[in-house]
Design a protein around this ligand. Structure first.
Ligand code: PMV
Length: 347
């Protein structure tokens, strides 16, 4: 069928990894499997308008970020289109207008690549589904995640489901290196509405892009042990998410965060992405946990910001602790309250 013009609009959330993806092979194939909580409030909203054009053999698109033309984002999108071309040959038949915005501040240190690539991929697949209405829902979501992966690896975990696994793992049914899958078993009540308060320690541009970071795992002295450990931690966290063992959850989440940073500190060249305030916050969290027995913990992505994870039933006490003792370590006192979400939403 042919479609002359139209538009779609989707929001897609960010996600926070529990077992981290760090290191990849050719074609965005992860060196180890990872698992993440899908977020709810930190998201990208993207509208894709399309109009049929005369064949010119090129990708053509305009890009508006927060309503204004944004030239410096275009090369990333151009590269993404080139990468997915063989899977989406219809793209060159249209001129696109992409309008995108984030619900969290740009340059907040929260990466928008996962939510952004997932939102764009949802729109592209909506067009493909319009052209090919017989496609199954399963195929649709798998291919969205597959395309998002080619945009930014972790983006494939921002499509569908509250807890998402990416990367082949013997104990996770249906898991694949090519796309993210919803965690296949039931999640214990303890993790329902799990909270993630993101403490914005440093909003500066990342010192190390994730592309450079993944590359550092080539010839890294601890790479093989690290990849094996990620498999073990994923096995453990699978049982933990089913059984609701929060103490065991905390150990894996924190160890994974510190290991991610340890990999950067032991690569060549080496990097320290934590800031003094990152460590102050970690120590305060440990002290608070020891004194109160409240099961809060932290995780980190490839930067200085701290994600504070805790169950919904201790929200009041934890927010009081954060406001009283942790906001002082945040840049301009900034933090974002988020929680587990369910994935992309059509608008
Ligand atoms: O998706 P990328 O290539 O930006 O890599 C993300 C890597 C981490 O955020 C550090 C870990 C993860 O699994 O999300």
């Amino acid at each position: 069928s042919t479609i002359e013009n139209g538009s779609f609009q989707w929001s897609a959330p960010s996600n926070i990894a529990l077992v981290k993806y760090w290191g990849k092979k050719e074609n965005q194939i992860p060196a180890n499997p990872s698992i993440s909580f899908t977020l709810n409030n930190c998201k990208t909203i993207t509208k894709l308008a399309f109009a049929k054009k005369d064949a010119d053999g090129k990708f053509t698109f305009d890009l508006l970020f927060e309503g204004k033309p944004k030239e410096d984002f275009k090369p990333k999108i151009q590269k993404f289109f080139e990468r997915i071309e063989i899977y989406c040959p219809y793209l060159k038949a249209y001129h696109f207008t992409i309008e995108t915005e984030n619900t969290f501040p740009h340059s907040s240190g929260i990466a928008s690549s996962a939510s952004g690539m997932a939102a764009l991929s949802m729109n592209i697949m909506s067009l493909e589904k319009a052209l090919n209405p017989n496609m199954t829902e399963e195929y649709f979501y798998q291919k969205v995640s597959f395309l998002a992966r080619l945009g930014s690896g972790s983006a494939c975990r921002s499509v569908k489901g509250s807890v998402v696994v990416w990367g082949k793992h013997a104990e996770i049914n249906g898991s694949s290196d090519l796309f993210g899958v919803e965690f296949p078993s039931n999640i214990h009540q303890n993790f329902k509405n799990y909270q993630d308060t993101i403490l914005l320690v440093d909003k500066g541009e990342k010192q190390v892009s994730s592309t450079v970071g993944h590359d550092l795992m080539h010839n890294h002295p601890f790479a093989e042990q690290r990849f094996a450990q990620a498999h073990q931690n994923l096995s453990s966290i699978k049982t933990i998410l089913e059984s609701g063992n929060l103490d065991a959850f905390i150990k894996i989440a924190e160890s994974e965060a510190l290991t991610l940073h340890a990999m950067m500190m032991t690569s060549l060249p080496y990097f320290i992405l934590m800031k003094p305030n990152t460590l102050e916050i970690i120590n305060k969290i440990w002290k608070f946990r020891n004194e109160t027995n409240i099961p809060i913990c932290f995780t980190l992505d490839a930067g200085a910001n701290v994600h504070v994870l805790y169950p919904e039933n201790v929200r009041v006490e934890v927010l009081q602790f954060i406001k009283g003792e942790l906001v002082g370590y945040c840049q301009n006192g900034n933090y974002i309250c988020d929680e587990i979400g369910t994935g992309a939403i059509k608008i």
